[in-house]
Ligand binder design. Structure first.
Ligand code: GLC
Length: 436
């Protein structure tokens, strides 16, 4: 097959037209309704036991943001008027670059992992007082109350033993006790999407959906009448597990080789952890078809990084960045323009699909909470894709316009930078207000 025809075929497999988007949005809304009603659904619809903050929460609080292999601990001052200030921040990896420790592999134990985090909390906790601590734990958890969350299973390829099935608040409390840290009191545990919504809603009353478009992907929304309480409550959809999505052969290949085949299908098509892998596997197919020359680098997992995708996306007609990527990352220094065009076409199609799929799930959520789009809605988004990937936000907006037409003007997406961490602080302040 001609290079041009092959590439057209492969990129068409990643393309989603307006009708596809609407169909996905409608399927998403159905899954939402079923999940909320407790029926089988790919959407877990996990209750968070928290609704909107009042904006009046105030004081100095600690937040632990644990959402992947990097953890952040922050000391935040909330001013009681919708504003927050980060006073201190400590960032650290759970897996050392030099291999000296690894708390996230299948050989690691939960107690060691939490001891490591507890000792770091000790470094930043204010001395002489007991600071309320909010914990953003960004994995699917069965929540029993605002301060109790049982990990259902790890996602994002973390494999530490002895955490699944346990209450992560209890694990953290026990670790703080073992490490002698007695000036931080865990009072709230939330998902990062929930933290992002709390942060946005602290100062924007239109914010009722929040999403992470980063290493992982997930969305939450404010359910106006939650079946458990009949009152408003934020629901963590765990939408990364949505599965009514058109998978390509490349997606199926990636899924089969992942830690949890069959799970997190949407996340594996859209999130930062996997996008580079989708590009790599697509290029590998092109190599197997003879469109690209022999290339051992394409066997190496994660050889294609987020920053490579970004630089190819904004490449100019001379394809200089794509050429640099092929030469430096893949060791292919002598490609022809048609081959470089093929790489860019596939790369761009994969990035575009991510934004459009995500937008379709936002549309499905809006169809549930405000079918006529009578009100204004802010969708708060955090994560590197939304923040840094060229065109990502614009592509989401475009897809929303295709689905809703003129009414899409009621919907805006906003960056909620560091929302997940600050949100944990807000949740801690909400909890501290409820039971000082
Ligand atoms: C994964 C987790 C989810 C989290 C998301 C973004 O999908 O399962 O809980 O919100 O990543 O970090």
């Amino acid at each position: 097959m001609e290079i041009k025809d092959y590439v057209a075929k492969l990129s068409a497999a990643f393309a989603l037209g307006s009708a596809d988007l609407s169909a996905i949005a409608i399927a998403f809304k159905k899954a939402l309704q079923e999940g909320l009603a407790g029926k089988p659904s790919p959407l877990r619809m996990l209750p968070s036991f928290i609704a909107d903050p009042t904006g009046k929460e105030a004081g100095e609080v600690l937040a632990v943001d644990f959402g992947g292999t990097n953890v952040r601990i922050i000391k935040v001052a909330l001013d009681g008027k919708g504003g927050s200030r980060i006073e201190n921040i400590l960032k650290f990896p759970l897996k050392a670059a030099d291999g000296s420790y690894d708390h996230v592999s299948a050989k690691a134990q939960g107690d060691e992992l939490f001891d490591y985090i507890a000792a770091k909390i000790g470094e930043i906790a204010p001395s002489g007082t007991m600071a309320p601590l909010g914990h953003t734990f960004s994995f699917p958890c069965e929540q029993k109350s605002l301060n109790s969350a049982f990990l259902i299973h790890w996602t994002k390829e973390i494999r530490t033993k002895g955490v699944e099935g346990k209450d992560v608040t209890e694990l953290l409390k026990a670790a703080l006790a073992r490490k002698g840290v007695n000036n931080a009191k865990p009072v709230a545990v939330i998902n990062d999407t929930v933290g992002t919504l709390l942060t946005a809603a602290y100062s924007d009353s239109d914010a009722d959906i929040a999403s992470i478009c980063g290493t992982g992907h997930n969305t939450c929304y404010l359910e106006p009448r939650h079946p458990l309480s009949g009152k408003p409550m934020i629901v963590n959809m765990e939408s990364g597990n949505f599965d009514a999505v058109p998978q390509t052969q490349v997606d199926a290949e990636l899924d089969a080789a992942s830690e949890m085949p069959g799970r997190q299908k949407l996340e594996k098509m859209v999130s930062g952890y996997y996008l580079g892998e989708i590009v790599r596997l697509s290029l590998r197919r092109m190599r197997d078809e003879g469109i690209l020359p022999a290339c051992p680098a394409l066997e190496e997992r994660h050889i294609v990084r987020g920053m490579d995708i970004d630089s190819i996306l904004i490449d100019s007609v001379d394809l200089k960045s794509t050429r640099a990527f092929a030469s430096e990352r893949l060791g292919l220094a002598t490609l022809e323009m048609s081959q470089l065009t093929a790489i860019k076409t596939i790369n761009d199609a994969i990035a575009l699909r991510s934004a459009r799929l995500v937008a379709a799930t936002y549309a499905g959520t809006l169809m549930l909470i405000d079918p006529e789009l009578k009100r204004r809605h802010s969708i708060a988004i955090d994560g590197t894709l939304y923040e840094k990937m060229p065109g990502y936000g614009a592509n989401i907006s475009m897809a929303l316009c295709e689905i809703f037409g003129d009414k899409a003007k009621q919907v805006k997406t906003v960056l909620a930078k560091d929302g997940s961490g600050i949100g944990a602080a807000i949740a801690a302040a909400v909890a501290a207000r409820a039971s000082p």
